[in-house]
Design a binder for this molecule. Sequence first.
Ligand code: IMP
Ligand code: MG
Length: 184
Amino acid sequence: MDQSDVGTDLEKILLSEEDLGKKLDEMAAKIDEDYAGRDLLLVGVLKGAVMVMADLSRRLHHPITMDWMAVSSYGSGTKSSGVVRILKDLDSDLSGRNVLIVEDIIDSGLTLSWLVSNLRSRGPASVEIAAMLRKPDAAQTDVDVKYLGYDIPNEFVVGYGLDYAENYRNLPFVATLAPHVYSG
Ligand code: IMP
Ligand code: MG
């Protein structure tokens, strides 16, 4: 899917496929270095993280195992409350494992903050975070992102796994939506 497939729905492309690829190369190189000689379990957060997971994991030389979690954050509209419900839990036992959470975007950081403490309570050797995008509000939380792609402005974005009403996830880049899409 590309820009030409979504008519006038997009306002501006913030990060091209090339921008994303360049950053993924850097993130993968650091992860390879940091986890050398250690076991590594990548935990993807459904559904947004599928693209980052697919592209990041394929760049790693380090052997990994992969698991997935689906969570839903209670909240009004587009703001999350930090109260999180597990929709799909991990299949893996975390005891003694090095866990790297793979995320698409950190907005308020509330979901991830909850997730980190939830996973830490399961006895892993370590829990770290890799996220492709981060919005300014996230900086105000205690979420410590070890591997970060890009800091972006406080705007709603779609593409590269990110959706608006479940659409646009398969755009290969990250873009802002045109206002007419919101207003129907
Ligand atoms: P938070 O960090 O708890 O506020 O919530 C993060 C989650 O909200 C992400 O994993 C996304 O699923 C969703 N989200 C936040 N900002 C955006 C956006 O700009 N576009 C699409 N989804 C977003
Ligand atoms: Mg997400």
